[in-house]
Design a protein around this ligand. Structure first.
Ligand code: NDP
Ligand code: OXD
Length: 310
């Protein structure tokens, strides 16, 4: 049997070294050099071209080299019934929580304002009556692998933390709620809102005119999930009207963010180029462990529920 690497994102040779390390003796092919397609039972993929996986009739595992699977699930020719595993790795989780903390603190401590004063060499103390972290609430949309860790670490920084998920969750020191009917009340209590949801038909466009209207005036928004969660025109309007004090954005509807997009120059927006939590070659062990499990007939880990879309 053989593995195939289907991704334009990273150098295939990096992954070849990882396969040699973790699965000595296994053959890795690199798309589009498929060779005998019947021999391929595992595809290591990140944003594979639509239709590519349909060419592999004996696939038993699709291993997504990232956490989000919305692009993969969007392939109209995705082979049905083949298990899809996604990347869940402590190093990715740690990167994301670091990014989230950076975004929340940049906003709540008004760093962008202070940077402006610094450029003008002005000593201006804004927020003299700033509330301590324990009096400010950070809300995390999505309490999965990433959201749970971010919530825990925000709590460790002293913030009051609230979390929202699809199904009921219980987390120490996080006020959890779930379901669409709780979203307005959830958002209404937050000084900062962090989006760590998967992009699904239910969550697409979830940050929109209506939901932004439920948030506190001056809220800080951190989106490190997917650009598709945000209706850009609605967020820009909220920023222009100071209803959102900072949008700290890692992900965009169009990536790379087009050069003429208003986010680039908006004084209340921080743009990072989809780097909040990167897939690193050192994470290959987690992905390739699933290949070992497949070969050994053991249950696969971190499987995607295709009916839910994440
Ligand atoms: P998980 O699948 O582990 O968690 C998803 C969470 O979202 C769960 O708590 C789930 O609820 C909740 N959720 C899903 N649908 C809904 C809904 N309709 N309403 C309310 N809550 C919902 O995902 P991860 O934490 O691993 O990753 C989250 C996303 O982060 C990824 O899908 C990806 O898009 C993004 N990401 C971005 C990166 C970057 O660099 N910018 C890097 C890595 C990931 P429940 O618990 O009830 O199932
Ligand atoms: C991911 C990402 O989903 O990097 O892993 O966005």
């Amino acid at each position: 049997m053989a593995l195939i690497y289907v991704s334009a994102w990273a150098d295939a040779e990096v992954w070849r070294r990882q396969v040699t390390l973790h699965l000595p003796g296994e053959e890795l092919r690199v798309w589009p050099d498929v060779g005998d397609a019947e021999a391929i039972d595992v595809a290591l993929v990140w944003r594979p071209p639509f239709g590519a996986l349909r060419m592999l009739p004996r696939l038993k595992l699709i291993a997504n080299l990232g956490a989000g699977v919305e692009y993969l699930l969007g392939d109209p020719d995705l082979p049905k019934g083949v298990p899809i595993a996604r990347l869940v790795d402590p190093a990715m989780t740690a990167q994301m929580s670091e990014y989230v903390a950076l975004g929340v603190m940049t906003g709540l401590r008004k760093l962008i304002d202070y940077q402006g004063f610094q450029r003008e060499r002005r000593w201006v103390e804004i927020d003299r009556d700033i509330a301590p972290p324990g009096e400010r609430t950070v809300g995390v949309l999505g309490l999965g692998e990433l959201g749970r860790d971010a919530a825990r670490k925000l709590g460790a920084l002293g913030y009051r933390v609230a979390g929202w998920s699809r199904t009921r969750k219980r987390l120490a020191r996080v006020r959890c709620c779930h379901g669409r009917d709780r979203l307005a009340a959830f958002l209404g209590q937050c000084d900062a809102v962090v989006c760590l949801l998967p992009l699904t038909p239910e969550t697409r466009g979830i940050i929109n005119r209506e939901t932004l209207g439920w948030m506190k005036p001056g809220v800080v928004l951190v989106n490190a999930a997917r650009g598709g969660h945000v209706v850009d025109a609605d967020l820009l309007a909220a920023l222009d009207e100071d209803r959102v004090s900072l949008a700290f954005l890692d992900v965009f509807n169009d990536e790379p963010l087009p050069a003429d997009h208003r986010y680039w120059s908006h004084p209340r927006v921080v743009v990072t180029p989809h780097v909040a939590a990167l897939t690193l070659p050192s994470m290959a062990g987690q992905i390739l462990a699933n290949v070992k499990r497949l070969r050994a007939g053991q249950p696969l880990l971190n499987l995607v529920d295709t009916s839910q879309g994440y």
